[in-house]
Design a protein around this ligand. Structure first.
Ligand code: FNR
Length: 178
């Protein structure tokens, strides 16, 4: 069994990024399990590094127990969402206890526009590398929700093959770094 901790960077009920994450989950090879991190976290506060909130303890355990991490981020004002940054800041602390170190990671994102989160992903890649994550370089996945999703939020038929290929490549990447 391969476990992936999944961070969806939008709290919106009908989030395209949540749909993308669930779409990828459905196309993963057998034996890969997604665990969605609860992103409804308090704002990061260094005063609490010595006494982490329960949800943060849970987040750190989910990441540490996982073989890989998938970040699914919207692009907000040409960067990744504060929701993701807040979760990463918590998971990286307290000093010396970075839960992400050495984890195999993929970064993807969906947007309503044609530019498809490329700047958000580029910023997030930088943070992931700083935190010593092993970031998968290819294939990149910039998902345009307008063409990639059906009206019910499912993956459009024309996007399935590419996403299946991405899912297999990520599963193999995680497996090879176990
Ligand atoms: C956006 N959006 C957006 N899109 C983009 O491609 N580049 C950007 O810089 C931004 N900036 C931005 C800022 C803020 C505050 C919001 C709320 C939105 C549009 C964004 O792609 C769209 O709202 C997506 O639907 C957000 O993802 P979810 O919530 O559907 O997962």
């Amino acid at each position: 069994m391969t476990k992936i901790a999944v961070f969806v960077g939008s709290l919106r009920k009908e989030s395209f990024n949540r749909s993308l994450a669930e779409g990828i989950e459905g196309l993963m090879p057998q034996g890969v399990e997604f665990e969605y991190v609860d992103m409804g976290l308090p704002l990061y506060n260094q005063d609490l590094d010595g006494d982490l909130p329960a949800k943060v303890v849970e987040l750190k355990k989910t990441v540490e127990d996982a073989d890989g991490v998938l970040f699914v981020t919207p692009e907000y004002n040409r960067s990744f969402s504060g929701v993701i940054k807040n979760a990463i800041d918590w998971g990286s602390r307290p000093w010396g206890k970075n839960s992400f170190a050495g984890k195999s990671v993929a970064i993807v994102g969906a947007s309503s526009g044609t530019l498809g989160t490329s700047q958000a992903q580029s910023h997030l890649r930088n943070v992931a590398l700083f935190l010593d994550m092993k970031v998968m370089g290819q294939p990149e996945l910039y998902f345009n929700a307008a063409t990639g999703l059906n009206a019910d939020g499912g993956i459009a038929e024309g996007s399935e093959d590419f996403l299946r290929g991405f899912a297999k490549k990520f599963a193999d990447f995680v497996e090879s770094n176990k």
